[in-house]
Design a protein around this ligand. Sequence first.
Ligand code: AMP
Length: 422
Amino acid sequence: MESIQAVKGMNDILPDQIGWWHFVEITTRKVFESFGYREMRTPALEKLELFARSIGESTDIVEKEMYTIADSKGEWLALRPEATASMVRAFIQHNLQADPLARKFYTIGPMFRHERPQKGRYRQFHQIDAEAFGVDDPMLDAEVMYMLRSLLQKLGLTQVALHINTLGCTECRPVFRERLTRFLEQSANRLCPDCQRRRHANPLRTFDCKVDRCQAALVEAPLLLESVCEHCALHFGQVKGYLDDLGAPYVVDPRMVRGLDYYMRTTFEIITDRLGAQNAVGGGGRYDGLVRDLGGPDVPGIGFAIGMERLILLLQQGQPSPVRTPPVFIAVLGDTARHRGFLLSQELRDLGLEVEMDYEGRSLKSQLRRADKLGSRHVLILGEDEIQRNEAQLRDMREKTQTLLPLSEAAAELRKVATVPV
Ligand code: AMP
């Protein structure tokens, strides 16, 4: 019978890869929690309207990339394409604003976008997401970016650049938008069909178009950074100042617009030149009107998301795979030894050791071969004679030495010599 394959663009993460994921997740938790962020987990499925209202009707994500389903009552639902909208919904729904501890959140989990799969771009991918509510001071913008940078540094990723821009506010962006639309009208015949459409629906997105002739047409385009209001310019200047004070380098990138409509003022991306076309590792920004627009209190917010697959692709280029301490192996010969080994393995696991043993009655040679394949350094050999005398042999596979010890001391001795990572 033909076997069933995974859905295109959705990947299994196999045990030989999982060490990377654990490394990233553990490091993320440590770094984010040191900045006062607390974990929140939201459902993968949400009401479609949540994303349409937050990300924006005329964005690529909402227009063409969402997995949607109608439930039995005819209500439209969608697999989340990103986490911010869900985090904001949960913040509002549970009135977390009233909780003095709950202002900064993070989540780690799968997101879904129906994009054309290629290296670094998948239909199910994973994001690390952080959101902070309630502070509009530029100091928080700098802190958020600094936290992102700290995470990348703790992961050992230094070959990435922080790009920043400002997208203005509800005062200055609409004015700029009109100016840009007028410019795009004049260059309309040089734009690709997508940008022809975008020039009315979402003109800023034309900056993100990958088509060469659009990029060429935009060389002369007005830039938002040069047209923002005094308040936004001051905010951006202060953000840069705080980043300087923190010693965090950045590149001002006036053409960076981000693909989601809810951003305002500070936006940022982590860019790499090591992943081919998929050069964004993470990105985020300020979204001060979003909580209110989704029916909540008028509180500001700022956040970012990092793509874990891209992060791990980068990590794999530079570092050896995270090592896992191999298990202790119990080799058993004969039924009595097998039974004794079975009990002893549970005792050792209770002590926190990882233990493997053979249940299949294989020869000592083949058991040792298996221990070797597993990378086990310590093998406890329970032979028939030793068991009679309540003894065991502890073999050090690296040193190729063997010590006889009383069985009653085996657990304590193994705990001493073999440890498992947390
Ligand atoms: P965005 O929410 O579009 O700003 O994306 C934030 C980050 O998520 C990006 O910088 C990527 O690292 C990652 N990402 C977005 N879309 C995908 C995808 N289809 N496959 C893999 N990673 C993605």
